[in-house]
Design a protein around this ligand. Structure first.
Ligand SMILES: Cc1ncc(COP(=O)(O)O)c(C=O)c1O
Length: 495
């Protein structure tokens, strides 16, 4: 379908007098609106209800979503978001709660936030948690600011270096720079782990006194669990640094591995990945951050604590508290409460063993796809993966075809493409994350599509080079599309 075929737009369907909704008789004196609010020039269409519904349903179909099918966008964890979370978030007592409500009037919400803090701490093995960061990257920023402040308080102002493996998420080095520290990159070894020799050279050499910490994504963006993680943690601690874990990929660990127990000092979670709160399109997220005892006083605030507790049946009184040496606020009010609510519902529904099953199925599904696809596509790190894995999007004998062409062709087969060209250390990377919510039939259909595309690449490469053929639009100038969004569905209207 080409863009023109989407016509007529709703603006063309209007006809004077067509009515979409019947309002009840007005039973109060009519008031006139200020003239400046009434724009005669605004060409709003007069349309019936059915036309409006069809218009929006048509628009909704232009965008691929997890509710339509598999969305294996590695590192983004596009898992199904259970609808019960949405029901919970829409309960009027929560949805209509004003952020300035005094603490006496929102004890239920405070209780929920405190429970979520406790559960996240329990899942990851950390002593304290703040829910306030609004995104994963903001959780990272909070973590690095805490590490910096910890060293400053100890008079260790020269500690200005954070070690970052080249298999880290791109936000990690960016965060270090934003926090005013310096990122020192460490290479991966042939297994995809951090190169221990390079790490030891940094921790035992000239940099030793300058090491503030290390920031490591586990599992890495290669989808691999660092098999030498305990040695890595020891080496950095021995040099006086603290360990930051990018825990956005906790969906490969929760219920199985507790990063706090491994020796990490601080970690952020992506509630909008692991705990199924919706994301994408720049929507609100939550990058809650957990810490061990030595960093607990530095947490961003406010956090929720029990401020009064009496013996007997009375429930305790919850309140917002700023930790003693807090790095401050990162977000207006108390973070994205709607996201906390959804994550709470998600953990509540799954419970202890359910959370572990989520991890087991996420890892099983990824390994199933990996094992089946490695017969057709090159797997640069041939070992068990966590929740995702990287293939090389290059097909022997079809040199004109690149990862991007394979991804575009997948759209014709009805799948969202995997993440392309990331991580940067794998040429033609296709980062594939099926998530735990997919059933075997859908995984098999994805494998069949990937195999069919590999065969097409050899037989008729042009089909891939010109894909997609069935999407509402063909290939876009993606940078321009991102920078100059056209959100108006009627191009003729002034923007
Ligand atoms: C491993 C990892 N770290 C950090 C982030 C950054 O999170 P956010 O996009 O919420 O800032 C992501 C995002 O998906 C991620 O996958």
């Amino acid at each position: 379908m080409a863009t023109e075929e989407l016509q007529p737009l709703i603006y063309d369907l209007g006809s004077p007098g067509r009515i979409g909704v019947n309002l009840p008789e007005c039973d109060v004196p009519a008031a006139s609106l200020p003239a400046e609010l009434l724009r005669e020039s605004l060409p709003l269409p007069e349309v019936g209800e059915v036309q409006v519904v069809r218009h929006f349903v048509k628009l909704s179909k232009l965008n691929y979503s997890i509710d339509q099918g598999l969305y294996p966008l590695g590192s983004c964890t596009m898992k199904y978001n259970p609808k019960i979370n949405e029901d919970a978030a829409r309960l009027p007592g929560f949805a209509q709660l004003h952020p300035l409500t005094d603490e006496d009037g929102c004890q239920g919400a405070l209780y929920l936030m405190r429970e979520l803090q406790t559960w996240l701490g329990e899942i990851s093995g950390f002593k304290a948690v703040s829910l306030s960061p609004a995104a994963g990257a903001q959780g990272e920023f909070a973590g690095i600011l805490m590490i910096r402040q910890y060293h400053l308080d100890r008079g260790d102002a020269q500690r200005d270096v954070i070690l970052v493996p080249d298999s880290a998420h791109g936000t990690n080095p960016a965060t270090v720079t934003m926090a005013g520290l310096n990122a020192h990159e460490l290479p991966a070894d042939s297994q995809g782990n951090v190169d221990l020799q390079a790490l030891r050279a940094a921790c035992e050499g000239d940099l030793r006194e300058r090491i503030a910490g290390m920031m490591i994504t586990v599992p890495s963006t290669l989808g691999l669990f660092e098999s030498t993680i305990l040695e890595v943690i020891d080496a950095v601690h021995a040099a006086g640094g603290l360990m930051y874990m990018d825990g956005a990929n906790m969906n490969a660990l929760m219920g199985v591995v507790k990063p706090g127990a491994l020796g990490f000092d601080v970690m952020h979670y992506n509630l909008h990945k692991t705990f199924s709160t919706p994301h994408g399109g720049g929507g609100p997220g939550s990058g809650a951050v957990g810490v061990n005892a030595r960093l607990a006083p530095y947490l961003p605030g406010p956090i929720v604590e029990i401020v009064e507790e009496e013996e007997g049946e009375e429930p305790p009184l919850y309140g917002f508290v700023m930790p003693e040496k807090s790095i401050g606020r990162l977000k207006a009010f108390h973070g994205n409460f709607g996201m906390h609510l959804r994550a709470y519902a998600y953990i509540r529904v799954y419970g202890d063993s359910g959370i572990r099953d989520v991890t087991r199925y996420a890892v099983l599904n990824a390994n199933y796809l990996r094992a089946r696809l490695m017969a057709t596509y090159h797997l640069p790190y041939p070992r068990y993966c966590g929740h995702e894995f990287v293939l090389e999007g290059h097909i022997e004998g079809a040199d004109a075809v690149h990862a991007l062409d394979i991804s575009k062709r997948l759209m014709d087969y009805g799948f969202h493409p995997p993440t392309n060209y990331f991580p940067l250390i794998v040429p033609e990377a296709l980062l594939i994350e099926p998530t735990e919510t997919e059933v075997k039939e859908d995984l098999d259909a994805f494998v069949a599509a990937m195999e069919a595309i590999a065969a097409e690449a050899l037989r008729e490469p042009e089909t891939l080079l010109n894909a997609p053929h069935t999407a509402p639009v063909r290939r876009l100038d993606e940078v321009k599309a991102a920078k100059e969004l056209v959100l108006c569905c009627a191009p003729a209207l002034p923007r």
